[in-house]
Design a protein around this ligand. Structure first.
Ligand code: ACM
Length: 703
């Protein structure tokens, strides 16, 4: 440890210190605003007392810190009320501080004599404890002075509990880990087409009916529940007691749980529970497709009464200042086609369906404002006229935020694809998710102060948020994998001042962050050790997709228990290319294929999916050479695969002898889009094996 005094502060007289050097000395994420390194270190021992003033908020923070040290470092410290000025102590002190008065700000002073964490607010004190925990990875904590406060007051993470359900235990664990990133908003996506997950006492069917669905596909349909003699239902919901516990757990970690109650679209589940809320009046089960359903709430006064009743219970559960009302992807077809809705529009004097959505959202905003809350919605709430006090969450790029800020409204930046954590984190692994890769560096390089905004408009950007949608994230382990460590990148973007944002520095601190995850038992994505590609055999993830219209890393629907295959597929154009395959020694081509339900609501775009005429009833996998328009060199019948809902190995088919390297194109023929046939692996079979009729074996190289 160098004893040199490092100059890291804005307060420093020299501005020449490069930012990279500035943050190398300590490994804290998110990087603190200001750090001065001093000579020496504090020697942390198990006997070091942790002190707070009796009856002060320091007590809670001190015990949180002690617990964290015990859990993750195996150090058994003791917290007690006592003299916070005593030597050789760690003290948590609530006191007026100089500098930034941002509520979450804190000071952390470490000297060889003592450690003092101080803030004018309990929130700041808490974050001081988090920083100290990160510094206390070894017994020698370097002497330093940190003055820290966040850049943005909204540092959010969205968890979609509608598409897939996560247990309260998982959510509490997530809150724990969020707090250690100084993230402070859990945007809890509780309602959608595929489920309503929040217990509402006045409308029990919302969860009795709305929280349960039969998963898509024949495997799930054939999985009969002996108790009901019907297909087993997938789902779950959060009781109000569970929600209160989660909200309190979050509050103890400075996290606000902001609920999202979707309207007027993404409402199939509540409409399944209470069909009178819908436009068509038709009863139907909670659906299991992904994408955008056309179901909307109607605009009868009774529907607003329902929504207000629901909001009454929501407001009682969630102290959050902001309530999220969704507003996204409300396709207006049903409103357009309904004589009743059209008549209501004439009565209200609204000119089109966008204006009707605006009326809808404004009416809800009035209700929320009257109850002392603020409304936030996805950027579609701009269409047809923004509600007077609304905050906009910009997801279709940052245009929504630019428009909102331009009109004097606040905005949160949460743009797809960069801050959408359902995109794959790495191209070297194949978890299910959206196909395009959004790396941790992509997230880190997100600019929350875009040049499109004037200085005055930038003041309306209240923060940033990363979103974990869970259509393709079925398990809690995978949710952690998708969230971490990319959440560390958004945490730093949201917290650290622009002059501390430095990818090289962040990357250098990342290994310590991963070590923290290991100590906490939190899962995360990390590039696997390079695995040799088996010559001649490639998975769909190792092939090129012919296009990337809706590229998914898609999990099989079968088997219901155990490991399922995952396929990389453009569902708009299932077509793969094996580049530069050396065919000199190849005598046959084999493949394994899966069939998955086509459970995607993509509207009229479904007509754009090319269907190639099958030669046999079951269809075929066709292999073409030198591109997808090239000569067909092999046809593998799908008949053997029709009986299996999971992956089937198709027998090798001989090909004529060729030399040199060729791009091979793989496409299916089929009469309809459902099921969606997908390539799992392809295998080039060596000449000797092919001639001998043996099982597929690998050939030399394909370089
Ligand atoms: C969204 O992704 N539909 C907000």
């Amino acid at each position: 440890m160098t004893l040199a005094v490092c100059c890291l502060l804005a307060a420093c007289s020299t501005k020449e210190t490069p930012p990279a050097a500035a943050t190398q000395s300590i490994s804290v994420i998110p990087a603190p605003a200001q750090v001065v390194m001093n000579p020496g270190a504090f020697e942390l021992k198990a006997a070091t007392p942790v002190r707070y003033a009796a009856g002060s908020p320091g007590e809670q923070v001190a015990s949180y810190f002690v617990d964290l040290m015990q859990r993750t470092r195996g150090v058994a410290l003791t917290a007690a009320a006592g003299d916070t000025d005593a030597p050789q102590t760690i003290a948590f002190v609530l006191q007026a501080r100089e500098g930034s008065q941002v509520e979450e700000g804190y000071s952390l002073h470490v000297s060889p004599e003592r450690i003092l964490v101080s803030s004018h607010s309990p929130r700041g004190l808490f974050y001081g404890a988090v920083t100290l925990w990160q510094l206390a990875a070894s017994e020698r904590i370097p002497a330093l002075e940190i003055e820290d406060a966040p850049r943005f007051r909204w540092r959010g993470l969205l968890l979609d509990s509608a598409r897939h359900y996560q247990s309260p235990q998982f959510i509490e664990r997530l809150l724990d880990t969020m707090a250690l990133h100084k993230l402070n908003v859990l945007h809890w996506h509780l309602t959608d087409d595929q489920a309503w997950r929040l217990e509402i006492k006045k409308y029990p069917k919302l969860t009795e009916v709305g929280a349960w669905r039969v998963p898509a596909g024949p495997a799930a349909a054939a999985d009969i529940d002996p108790a009901t003699k019907r297909p087993r239902l997938y789902g779950g919901f959060y009781t109000q007691d569970q929600v209160r516990a989660i909200v309190a757990y979050a509050a103890a970690r400075n996290i606000t749980v902001m609920p999202e109650i979707e309207m007027p679209g993404h409402a199939s589940a509540p409409i399944a529970a209470y069909p009178q809320l819908g436009v068509t009046g038709k009863a139907s089960a909670v659906p299991a497709d992904w994408g955008v359903y056309r179901n909307l709430y109607n605009v009868d006064d009774s529907t607003f009464s329902f929504l207000e009743d629901v909001l009454d219970e929501v407001l009682a559960l969630f102290p959050s200042e902001y309530i999220h009302v969704g507003g996204d992807e409300a396709v207006k077809d049903q409103w357009h086609a309904s004589p009743r809705v059209q008549a209501r529009m004439r009565e209200l004097g609204v000119k089109d369906e966008h204006a009707l959505q605006s009326y809808f959202v404004q009416r809800i905003e009035k209700y929320l404002n009257a109850h002392g809350r603020r409304m936030i919605g996805w950027d579609e709430i701009l269409e047809g006229g923004l509600a007077p006090n609304a905050t906009v969450m910009s997801w279709r790029g940052i245009g929504g935020a630019v428009a909102a800020a331009g009109a004097g409204h606040d905005a949160v930046l949460s743009p797809a694809p960069t801050l959408y954590l359902d995109n794959r984190p790495l191209n070297t692994a194949r978890p299910p998710g959206r196909g395009p890769v959004v790396s941790i560096e992509d997230v880190y390089r997100f600019d929350p102060a875009p040049a499109e905004l004037t200085e005055a408009q930038r003041a309306h950007i209240v923060g940033v948020q990363a979103n974990l949608w869970t259509e393709h994230v079925r398990t809690e382990d995978r949710a952690e994998y998708m969230i971490f460590p990319r959440a560390a990148a958004i945490a730093e973007v949201g917290w650290s001042p622009p002059e501390r944002i430095d990818w090289q520095s962040f990357a250098a601190r990342l290994p310590d962050q991963l070590a923290r995850y290991r100590a906490l038992g939190v899962g995360f994505a990390q590039a696997p050790e390079a695995v040799a590609v088996v010559p001649g055999r490639r998975t769909s993830h190792e092939l090129a997709s012919c296009s990337e219209k809706i590229l998914l890393s898609l999990e099989d629907d079968a088997p219901l228990q155990g490991e399922r295959a995952v396929f990389l597929v453009d569902i708009m154009n299932p077509c793969w290319i094996y580049r530069a395959a050396d065919l000199s020694e190849v005598g046959a081509i084999a493949a394994s294929v899966g069939q998955v339900p086509f459970n995607f609501q993509i509207g009229d775009d479904i007509k754009k999916i090319p269907l190639r005429k099958p030669q046999t009833a079951a269809g075929e996998l066709e292999v073409r050479i030198d591109g997808c328009e090239g000569e067909k060199i092999a046809t593998l019948p799908l008949a053997p695969a029709t009986k299996s809902y999971a992956v089937t190995e198709l027998a090798p088919v001989a090909i004529a002898k060729r030399t040199g390297q060729h791009d091979l194109c793989f496409m299916f023929t089929q009469a309809a889009v459902d099921p969606l046939w997908v390539l799992d692996t392809v295998q080039l079979v060596g000449l000797a094996d092919a001639e001998g009729g043996a099982h597929p074996a690998t050939v030399g190289n394909n370089r």
